[in-house]
Design a protein around this ligand. Sequence first.
Ligand code: FAD
Ligand code: DHB
Length: 390
Amino acid sequence: MRTRVGIVGAGPAGLVLSHLLAERGIDSVVVETRSREAIERTIRAGVLEQGTVELLTAMGVGARAVAEGARHEGIELRFGGRGHRIDFTGLTGRAVWLYPQHEVLKDLIAARLASGADLRFGATDVELRGITSDEPVLSFTDADGTPVHLRCDVIAGCDGSSGISRRAIPDAVRTDYFRAYPFGWFGILAEAPPSAKELVYAHSERGFALISTRTPQVQRMYFQCDPHERAEDWSDDRIWAELNARVAGDGFSLAEGRIFDRGVIPMRSYVCEPMRHGRLFLAGDAAHVVPPTGAKGLNLAVADVVVLARALEEHFATGATEPLDAYGPTASRRVWRAQHFSWWMTSMLHTDPAGTPFDLKRQLGELELVTSGTAAATHLAEAYTGWPLG
Ligand code: FAD
Ligand code: DHB
């Protein structure tokens, strides 16, 4: 078998790339280890930048995000027992959409399959060979047990933070920039009405909490916890008490309900450089991971493949190699900005278990700065709603 672009992974990066390439008349095959059902069920991100929604809409897959998602024109930063609104639209003219990642993936998969795309779910034994040759090969065993050797012009490694693509770049040429945080996020989904009109990012001496939403009937909330916490050790009552303690003040309390999903996620920052080796191009979480506080992960994956699709289009049209060389350095500028933003939001809002009273006071000073003038607030609003794509 042969294709122009072999894409490893059917997450946001892989599926958006396959769409953008198809729009440019470039064929691709997407190879994914999980089943379509598993992908469409996994609960992950919730926030789409305005540019991501505009891109999905331009690709013809944004209608449900716009109709069923909720446009949010600001967030609340809570500290010292009070809420302080950051008015995104007033500051930047832009907004974000609350629309879950697995719904984005459903929309992307349905549209790709409707246009006859080759998506291989449930693949096993996925291997990358000859990435520094002119014709790299993506080998795998198909869901029906058939061994496949897919010869490609290039391979896009879109297989997320625990995929295989990144490791195909030899240690001698790869630098891993890594930072682990001494806390995780305890996330829940609950059957309850919304507690607030906009997302609430709460700083408290007990640690960070985030009040998000999914639908008028289902709410998503997170609170900072020990990274080794076992979600099953927590009763519903204890979870509600902890969340309420972290957002308390000025009469605010949470609308509670049955908790039907819970889990602990680790917090880390990671960047792999270079993002390209030979004919392998990394995109999305395969190349970088951000802590979730800035809601950047999915959006950054989409931003990478916008740059990659343009580079591949130019390369295939003209044979020039410069666009391929420029991919990593171009994508990396946004990656490091997003790394900084995600680290900044995390360090401003979370309690460091080894922190001192000085650290707490410094955080409060920073939050006061962000919520009392327009300069720092505008920076936050621009970063959160998303810098221009491409
Ligand atoms: P992934 O979505 O991880 O997709 C990679 C795919 O590759 C997977 O389907 C995987 O099964 C497949 N794969 C893995 N190995 C192989 C292999 N060997 N062969 C073939 N396929 C393989 N981001 C935001 O922007 N906003 C948010 O609000 C937000 N909140 C989050 C909340 C949580 C709880 C979590 C966990 C993440 C959150 N993120 C958020 C991050 C976001 O979900 C990720 O950044 C995003 O999924 C990255 O997309 P991706 O396509 O690069 O990787
Ligand atoms: C959600 C996740 C985030 O990481 C975030 O910053 C905001 C919202 C969410 O899942 O709704």
